[in-house]
Design a protein around this ligand. Structure first.
Ligand code: HPA
Ligand code: ZN
Length: 336
């Protein structure tokens, strides 16, 4: 089963580029940029990852990204993730980034997005991994700030496939960004937003995403299972759910394997993803393997989870079908 998962052609739809910053690269960039890290070694840095909920994770995540300063730094970050993803047989990825976490430190928007874009282009040409970029808004910041960043993105809109919403959910409902999302939609961008597990007012937040904003996907969205109306809407509107088992274990002490099985039983388009793999110490294969171990998912169920990611990917139907054909071929040759 492990080899079946590892060698399977896969897609990843929920990964924060800043969450792929490995400790070794942090040290390399800190030295290059003349910054002092408060740790002696990469191992000591990892040992200090003591998060147990969303806010405690976020404070470590934002502190970590201070080493990202130049276009080359963003290039290296993105290249390293895409190379790692390719080594895990990920053939297609949609990448989140958090521009406000960089512009607020004095790093230009253009530097961030150009570095990322060049690495995507090179990885496509040299490694054969396709990727698209999703710009996220930090929900604890104002709707005005989100709108400003959307306007900053206008000259680069061809670098983006969609926009998202992440960071601290408490008292920051999706509806706060209704006008921003409407404008993004007018710019031709797809929409997704985080509804993290067990957050305050999560059912209300999920309903806002669907009914008030008309989201295309929801990141996490696990609590939707508590409401039959939400289950039906997510299924009928074919809203993809990007669930991240190892991330969930850090935030709510569970891999949510029972919930993922229930989503499959409800024919919801649930997908498996890594979220912040450098921090949670698990990339996509490790997420799938741990999930399968705990939930005893069959090859067929794993294939459905992986296939769902291609089905809800922001690609044309022809592109989706191309990847789904590759997956079927793989399962025919390697399934039992
Ligand atoms: N949740 C919310 N916001 C985030 C996360 C997360 O796991 N990672 C990066 N930003
Ligand atoms: Zn996330």
């Amino acid at each position: 089963m492990q080899a079946f998962i590892e060698n399977m052609p896969k897609a990843e739809l929920h990964v924060h580029l800043e969450g792929t910053l490995e400790p070794e690269l942090s040290f390399e960039l800190a030295q290059k940029n003349n910054l002092n890290l408060p740790y002696k070694t990469p191992e000591a840095l990892v040992a200090a990852y003591n998060f147990h909920d969303l806010p405690s994770f976020l404070s470590i995540y934002y502190a970590g990204m201070n080493v990202l300063c130049t276009e080359q730094d963003f290039y290296q970050l993105t290249w390293n993730y895409l190379a790692k993803a390719r080594s895990q047989q990920i053939v297609y990825a949609e990448l989140f980034f958090d521009p406000q976490a960089h512009t607020s430190r004095g790093v230009d928007f253009a530097i961030v997005i150009t570095g990322i874009h060049k690495a995507q282009r090179d990885a496509q040409n040299k490694l054969g991994i396709e990727s698209q970029l999703i710009m996220c808004f930090l929900r604890e910041m104002s709707a005005d700030s989100a709108m400003e960043h959307l306007l900053m993105a206008e000259p680069f809109v061809h670098y983006l496939v969609g926009v998202g919403l992440d960071s601290d959910e408490k008292n920051n409902p999706p509806i706060k960004f209704k006008a921003v999302f409407a404008k993004a939609r007018d710019m031709g961008l797809k929409l997704t937003m985080h509804c993290d597990v067990n957050q305050q007012n999560t059912l209300l937040h999920i309903a806002q995403c669907i009914d008030d904003i008309g989201t295309d996907r929801i990141d996490h969205g696990v609590n939707s299972l508590q409401d039959p109306v939400l289950i039906a809407k997510i299924r009928d509107k074919k809203i993809g759910l990007t669930v991240c088992p190892v991330s969930n274990r850090f935030v709510v002490q569970s891999l949510t394997s029972n919930e993922i099985r229930q989503m499959l039983e409800h024919d919801m388009l649930v997908t498996i993803n890594s979220d912040d793999p450098a921090y949670f110490r698990a990339y996509l294969n490790e997420n799938l393997i741990e999930l399968q171990n705990e939930g005893k998912f069959t090859e067929q169920e794993i294939t459905t989870l992986v296939g769902n990611a291609f089905k809800v990917a922001w690609l044309t139907e022809e592109q989706q079908q191309h990847y789904l054909n590759g997956l079927s071929q793989y399962v025919q040759n390697h399934g039992h």
